[in-house]
Design a binder for this molecule. Structure first.
Ligand code: GLY
Ligand code: MN
Ligand code: MN
Length: 429
């Protein structure tokens, strides 16, 4: 792996927490992602299923994790199944984990080749009442493409129709919302790599540059710092493109006098950073751009401390909406009286700020967590207000990642330049 070894204590604790949430006499199974196909014989680079990584630390295809906390034979309480290698695999793909290596990475004592899965599983299932299986319960998940977990679920229900099936996802949504010190350190590393990329492009952007040239600089910096690459498709959106929220074509030339909105984050050890900065292509904000920029920054500055223990996403979003209304009225975009009369279910600020302000961040960019759970110390969120004025060709978003602690909210991107003056100075330098 490119990333430095992770203390297996992380995965040991994660498994213990999951096992602690299982009903008595249960087994749980977690599969890897598939190696996703392209066309013909092409495949995409393997990316581990994040729950499987969270519980095992194993970054290799065809891995299966089995938990059976009440197994009478102690060595079967946690079993890792990994792909058996061969001379041919070694020749074409290179080395795969040995069982010892997998033991060291995961902290799991019992490591078998995957070919043993069905028989070992059968013994444990027949002595159990419940089977925990993993489905993608992310609110906005697209489940059209069948995963290994989904295929396994079908096979399992067919093979063991009279067992009681349980959902692993709610447990994982609860556990993964809370980040341990090891995890926040990994997210911090992803944020630091992302910062390096931002500083690199500050000296690079000028009128005439193409969006994809900026993307290339970002990826270059990520790759040379032990990142696999971007944690999600980078958005490099100049001028009017900044008002397209999921713009990823990055194929336009940046013009003098425009802004360029860049939403990008490095992956590190499977953890994500998620940064947005919006800067003037020629290095100087126009007065109007500056006014809108400062409005977004004021909202972000006021919003970050509201990510505090006990607050809820719903109350937080309402409060941010109110802040945004004030700014939009000051910018002449909304009418104060119209705002007073507005339908609370369809607030007017949504015309200019049409996305959420925060989401969990971790192994997934839009990480797992229950929307109605009050904020707690240990949660990591983004804070990403934006104002998008299509009629003026201005789209500005500013996004930082923060960690909620007992007494304070720590900005993991506090050293990433954000003040308009600082950005102008760095671009001039
Ligand atoms: N980069 C995706 C997001 O900001 O949520
Ligand atoms: Mn983002
Ligand atoms: Mn985000």
């Amino acid at each position: 792996m490119r990333y430095l070894p992770i203390d297996p204590a992380l995965f040991i604790r994660n498994r213990a927490a999951f096992a602690g949430a299982m009903k008595p006499r249960s087994v749980a199974v977690f599969n890897s992602n598939d190696v996703a196909p392209k066309s013909a014989d092409g495949v995409r680079r393997f990316i581990q299923q994040t729950d499987t990584f969270y519980l095992s630390g194993i970054d290799q295809e065809e891995t299966i994790l089995l938990l059976c906390p009440d197994a009478p034979d102690e060595k079967h309480r946690e079993i890792l199944f990994i792909r058996e290698t061969s001379d041919q695999i070694a020749t074409w793909e290179g080395p795969k984990h040995s069982r010892d290596e997998a033991r060291e990475i995961s902290g799991i004592r019992t490591v078998y080749w995957t070919s043993r899965f069905e028989s070992v599983f059968r013994g444990l299932v027949l002595a159990s009442e419940h089977i925990y299986l993993n489905t993608n319960e992310h609110l906005r998940a697209d489940v059209t493409v069948e995963t290994r977990d989904a295929r396994f679920l079908k096979w399992c229900r067919d093979a063991y129709p009279l067992h009681r099936y349980e959902r692993s996802a709610p447990i994982l949504h609860r556990l993964r919302a809370m980040k341990s010190g090891t995890e926040t350190a990994l997210i911090q590393t992803a944020c630091d790599i992302t910062e390096k990329a931002f500083r690199r492009i500050l000296g690079f952007i000028r009128p005439g540059i193409w969006e994809f040239e900026i993307e290339a600089e970002i990826c270059h910096e990520f790759l040379r710092r032990r990142s696999r690459g971007p944690a999600y498709e980078p958005i490099v959106a100049s001028g009017p493109n900044a008002c397209i929220l999921h713009y990823v074509k990055n194929d336009r030339q940046c013009a003098d006098g425009e802004l360029v909105l860049m939403d990008f984050g490095a992956e590190y050890a499977n953890y994500a950073a998620d940064l947005t900065r919006t800067i003037p292509v020629n290095g100087r904000f126009t007065p109007r751009q500056r006014a809108v920029y400062d409005a977004v920054l004021r909202v972000q500055r006021a919003a970050i401390p509201m990510l505090r223990p006990g607050n809820t996403l719903k109350a937080y979003h309402e409060a941010v909406g109110t802040l945004m209304e004030g700014e939009l009225i000051r910018l002449g975009l909304l009418d104060a009286e119209a705002v007073r009369q507005q339908d609370k279910a369809a607030p007017l600020y949504r015309t200019y700020f049409m996305h959420g302000t925060s989401h969990h961040l971790g192994l997934d960019v839009h990480d797992l967590g229950h929307a109605d759970r009050p904020f707690e110390p240990g949660m990591v969120f983004t804070c990403e207000p934006g104002i998008y004025i299509r009629e003026e060709g201005i789209g500005i978003r500013i996004e930082n990642d923060v960690l909620i602690r007992d007494q304070e909210t720590v900005d993991l991107m506090r050293s990433v330049p954000v003040e308009a003056d600082e950005i102008e100075a760095l671009m001039a330098g």
